[in-house]
Write a protein of this length. Structure first.
Length: 225
């Protein structure tokens, strides 16, 4: 595992304990609650600089610009050809991650969101951008991942609220949905160490910490014979 700067991170270390500031704080919240920005911009691709609305909902926080830009730089460096990619944004929220993937040429992007208001907002953004490659589904992201066709996704974007107790289940479901060599982006309130990741059939590729957000890019490895 390496940091965004390319420096190696210790492997096999124990994950740091959650601090009181991190527990139960969705979407990277720290300290006293702050109002989210009311829009974010797509960073690259055909819809570069296009705005996405951010609803005024408690706990809704789009992935920070710095983290999104770094993530897609990692992915482009690893595999620059997005054509034909099947992408699942399992807890879409504003859709910032999923629309970013579609903007860069992903073949099919599925945005899954449970909140009816956010689903309507995602559908409006899809229509405004004329994003034919984007499919918006209302539903529970964890359930949807569990039902996803095994080995069919090239990229799963996993960014649930930080206070949920089922991160392990979500990672396992995402791993099953991924094709061998496919990518899992995990945004979590703590770092996952190499041993935890390997036990889930994944390997670390890159890691970044930004505030309370621990961003991991993981790759599905072939099962051992």
């Amino acid at each position: 595992m390496t940091t965004a700067s390319g420096k190696p991170s210790p492997r096999g270390r124990k994950a740091p304990a959650k601090t009181s500031a991190a527990r139960g704080k969705p979407r990277g919240a720290t300290g006293s609650p702050r109002r989210a920005a009311h829009e974010v911009r797509i960073i690259g691709g055909q819809w570069k600089r296009s705005k996405l609305a951010v609803a005024d909902k408690p706990g809704l926080r789009p992935t920070p610009d710095r983290v999104r830009e770094t993530l897609f730089n990692w992915l482009t460096s690893a595999d620059g050809d997005w054509s034909g990619w099947q992408v699942v944004d399992a807890f879409a929220g504003t859709g910032a991650l999923g629309f970013e993937a579609a903007s860069r040429g992903a073949g099919r992007v599925t945005l899954i969101e449970q909140d009816a208001g956010l689903v309507a907002q995602l559908s409006a953004s899809k229509a405004r951008l004329d994003a034919d490659a984007v499919n918006v589904l209302r539903g529970d992201g964890l359930v949807a991942l569990g039902r996803w066709g095994a080995g069919t996704a090239n990229l799963v974007l996993l960014d649930p609220p930080f206070d949920v107790p089922w991160y392990g289940q979500a990672i396992a479901a995402a791993q099953k949905a991924l094709a061998v060599g496919g990518w899992l982006y995990l945004e979590a309130p703590r770092a996952y160490d190499a041993e935890e990741i390997a036990a889930l059939g994944l390997q670390p590729y890159r890691y970044l910490k930004a505030g309370a957000v621990h961003a991991h890019l993981l790759q599905r490895i072939a099962p051992q014979p």
